[in-house]
Write a protein that binds this ligand. Sequence first.
Ligand code: PEP
Length: 265
Amino acid sequence: MSRKPIFAANWKMNLGPAATESFVRSFLEKLQGQTYPAEIVIAPPFVSLPKLAETLHGSAAGKEAESVQIAAQNCSDKDPGAFTGEVNVLMLRELYVRYVIIGHSERRSIYGETDAIINAKIKKAREANLKPIFCIGETLAEREAGQLETVLRTQITGGLQDIAEKDMLETVIAYEPVWAIGTGVTATSAQAQDAHAFVRSVLTELYGAETAAKIRIQYGGSVKPNNAAELMACPDIDGALIGGASLEPQSFLDIIVNGTKVQGS
Ligand code: PEP
């Protein structure tokens, strides 16, 4: 089963509009004339989305810009209304957003997002035809206590409650062990592959083998240019969600280049 890998930059609370414009100009210049067998996605902070859209879709952008998709880092689970500080999915659509990261571990641990909230956000995103990048992953304490599979299964079944098969085909899962996010500690390729295979087995129980084989599962957690190839060589790893190393155009591109060399070979 061939799944197109997806490399997504999660800039978190970094790179405002001016920095976004200079990143994109530099990144597109580096892409010049090159195509990669992968989807490339950038998730800037909300305030940088208009600048990202304008720089990618403006008249000055070349053909390379077409290979880059825009993502949001979060969305509201509510319809437009009195929700101070929130951003709804229709507003994201207006800014050419195609993907939305939902359930990142920072949203879960710092902002208290539960599986039920994450499930409501996935549903709302699909109502607007946005593609969720649904994040799951265990803490170090959970892994050490032998709870990896229980935690992942709970997050998957809770987050995907009542999500139809057709919507799952438009959903990407990001497996991100919390202990590897922003720490410089990467899961070994064996640890990552084992977790991805487990996630796919749960998807098989929920949606059947044919659908599960089509769903892309990204790895996230200290992915860098020098470990991308080994991770992407694993059969159940279909790209990466990248934080720190996506803040520099060259390092983000090097991850894509190294990651797709393996996938394509
Ligand atoms: C992330 O934020 O999803 C992430 C994986 O961050 P980092 O690459 O910095 O570990």
